[in-house]
Design a binder for this molecule. Structure first.
Ligand code: URA
Length: 231
């Protein structure tokens, strides 16, 4: 249960009490319809506190929402600055990430670190996470039901961080965030919209390890990223 849920429950109870008091003719405090309407909106838009990553992590708990929980060693929630202007979203944890519970620390992760440093950031200054938080057995592709179970938590993380730009790494990140089946080759290299946040899809670092000739394309994308963050 997150703080916001507790808050909503408390406000609902408060409104119910005032409504009851107003119906029973109590006086001495403001039980007008107008006031009750104002209170009814508390906890929804205006006064809703922004979620924290800690609260989202607590809600996730020892997740058993899909079968990946049966084979994972660690949940890989995400790491970095909770107020980052730039978030990298990958596909899902591999062997090394599963062992340590940290995103992008294997071979693809080392390449991502170089990319981050090439654009004059450090890993601590950005936030790094994945579409799914548990390693698929044998590093197979995530299944639609696994993405569906995990995506709400990533969406809450992104809403909490409120980055200026999201860099979607590879097919699964780009397609899940943009809710499309368009191939990465068509999505990459230009900005898209995700809930008012600019999303730049590019190739996944693991793909670059297999296709080093594509590094030049990613560098072109990273220049666009730097430009977008310069303002
Ligand atoms: N590949 C990913 O997509 N994410 C990781 O965390 C590691 C490798």
């Amino acid at each position: 249960m997150s703080y916001n849920n507790d808050f909503d429950t408390a406000i609902e109870g408060l409104c119910e009490t005032f409504r009851f008091l107003s119906q029973t003719g109590c006086s001495g405090f403001d039980c007008s319809k107008e006031s009750l309407n104002i209170m009814g909106s508390w906890g929804h838009k205006q006064t809703r506190l922004p979620e924290t990553l800690e609260a989202i992590r607590m809600d996730l708990g020892e997740c058993r929402r899909c079968r990946l929980s049966e084979s994972r060693k660690n949940i890989v929630f995400g790491a970095g600055d909770p107020h980052a202007r730039l978030v990298f979203v990958g596909e899902g944890p591999g062997y090394d990430e599963d062992q340590k519970g940290e995103p992008f620390i294997g071979a693809a992760g080392r390449l991502l670190t170089k990319i981050i440093e090439a654009i004059k950031y450090t890993r601590d200054q950005v936030y790094i996470c994945n579409i799914i938080k548990c390693r698929p057995p044998g590093n197979r592709n995530p299944l639609p039901n696994e993405i569906k179970a995990c995506l709400p938590f990533l969406k809450r993380q992104l809403a909490a961080i409120k980055p200026d730009v999201i860099c979607a790494l590879g097919t699964f990140a780009a397609q899940a965030l943009l809710d499309t089946t368009t191939p990465i080759s068509k999505l990459k290299g230009r900005f898209h919209d995700y809930n008012g946040i600019r999303v730049l899809p590019t190739y996944h670092p693991a793909y670059l390890l297999r296709n080093p000739g594509k590094k030049r394309d990613v560098w072109e994308d990273m220049k666009k990223l730097m430009k977008a963050l310069a303002n």
